[in-house]
Design a protein around this ligand. Structure first.
Ligand code: PA5
Length: 437
């Protein structure tokens, strides 16, 4: 298997209902196909990011320049869609413990303006800079006006300035052309990377937002985008059974309509936890809407939930199997990685748990996974499955592209705009007013 494998057979939705919706969604598949040939002019513009060679070349040029500085740390400053995709891909591909495990460049994410975490990031940066090692700072904000990001950035760039006369060389700003940040970065002489106007934060991982930091950290962005392109084309297909984004959106929509409005993304890997965080934003911000496309007040939305297998079985399984029938679970699993680490064979310990002596941890987690699926079936709990062939860039690239397009199709079925976030903007405006006062 070298592509993602999808199974909807346990979704408990009858074929006739799916086919009925398949007709309804035909118009949106056509609009998506049209958008595929419209560059960055349609709201669905992000589906064309994986094909933008010019943007990739520019990212690689800046990466080459910054790598010449031989930085020991990359600090990414951003929030929401401007940082979640990067962290999701980086951890999925290279592991949550990459900083501790590898000797190369390390990464820190400055997201929350939480004084404790920023104090610690500042402290780490300070000790690196005092040792005469280098730090590259990548500030990412499409609007260039997000309070949290600008506060963190100003603070950290000031620190760089204190320690390096040529601090400008160490800063890369990723933003929309002509934003306040764009203008400041131009004046300051920071390197600039552009986010296309029609690409919203939560759909921007394949723009320089994600590509620059990921390439800096050694993620193969060509392979990532290759996977995204394969899935983009798969999710434009008219036949709904060949199009996982359409099929997934129909199943999710029908469950929502039937009262299962909690969508539980159950990821079977510690390193996929940040994919859960990325997806939570994608689903919540794209589909949680006060008004529908006709301007009627609908209070629409599904509530995303993330679980990590198998550890969260020890906190959530009771609710998932015994609690209310209000959830659809989507299991995400990687195929065939069972031989890396094994439980030693030790007769003195064999009294503890039957059946684990000499077994690999992959084998054990697979057995737990199969057991959970049987329990779900026995308890009539609906679920879908996505199996990734591995956790390499192309597979992760495929998965994120699938989820973004599924969300767009869901937006169409729910009759809401999946690209805006009017209620988020309202709190940002109020915050600026209060701070201004
Ligand atoms: O998806 C979105 O649009 C948001 O989550 C934004 O990414 C987030 O609010 C940060 O905005 P900005 O990139 O303008 O700083």
């Amino acid at each position: 298997m070298d592509e993602l494998f999808f199974s909807f057979q346990d979704s408990l939705i009858p074929d006739e209902e799916i086919d009925e919706l398949g007709v309804k969604i035909g118009g949106e598949i056509q609009s998506m196909k049209d958008a595929a040939s419209m560059g960055y002019s349609d709201d669905r513009a992000s589906i064309n990011l994986p094909f933008d060679n010019k943007a990739v070349d520019r990212v690689k040029e800046v990466v080459e320049d910054k790598k010449e500085l031989n930085p020991s740390y990359l600090v990414v400053v951003g929030i929401g869609g401007s940082i979640r995709g990067t962290k999701a891909v980086q951890e999925a591909v290279s592991g949550k413990l990459r900083n501790q495990r590898d000797s190369g460049m390390k990464v820190l994410y400055a997201c929350n303006p939480d004084p404790y975490i920023i104090r610690d990031i500042k402290g780490i940066m300070e000790s690196i800079l005092e040792k005469k090692d280098n730090v590259v700072l990548n500030v990412v904000s499409k609007s260039g006006t997000t309070t949290e990001t600008m506060a963190n950035f100003q603070l950290l760039v000031d620190l760089l300035k204190e320690h390096r006369q040529d601090y400008r060389r160490y800063v890369v700003a990723t933003t929309e052309r002509d934003s306040g940040l764009w203008n400041l970065a131009s004046k300051e002489g920071f390197d600039l990377l552009e986010i296309p106007g029609k690409v919203g934060g939560r759909y921007s991982v394949y723009s320089p937002v994600g590509l620059f930091p990921l390439a800096m950290l050694g993620v193969d962005i060509d392979e990532l985008l290759k996977g995204a392109r394969i899935m983009r084309d798969r999710c434009l297909k008219s036949e709904i059974r060949d199009n996982p984004a359409v099929f997934g959106s129909i199943v999710t929509y029908l469950h929502h309509r039937g009262g299962n409005s909690i969508y539980n993304l159950f990821l079977y890997s510690e390193d996929f936890e940040s994919i859960g965080g990325w997806y939570r934003q994608l689903m919540a911000e794209s589909l949680g809407k006060e008004y529908n496309n006709s301007g009627e007040r609908v209070f629409e939305g599904l509530t995303p939930l993330t679980c990590i297998g198998s550890r969260d079985l020890h906190s959530m399984a009771q609710l998932l199997l015994g609690g209310p029938y209000d959830k659809l679970t989507s299991f995400i699993k990687v195929e065939g990685e069972d031989s890396m680490v094994s439980v030693p064979v030790n007769p003195r310990y064999s009294c503890l748990v039957d059946g684990i002596q000499g077994k690999s941890l992959g084998f054990i987690i697979d057995a737990i996974y199969e057991g959970v699926k049987v329990s779900f079936r026995n308890n009539k709990r609906p679920f879908t499955e996505v199996v990734l062939p591995d956790r390499r860039e192309a597979s992760i690239g495929e998965f994120l592209q699938y989820k973004m397009m599924e969300t767009m199709y869901l937006g169409s079925l729910l009759d809401v705009n999946p690209f805006n976030q009017p209620n988020v903007e309202s709190y940002k405006k109020e915050t600026r007013r209060i701070l201004g006062d």
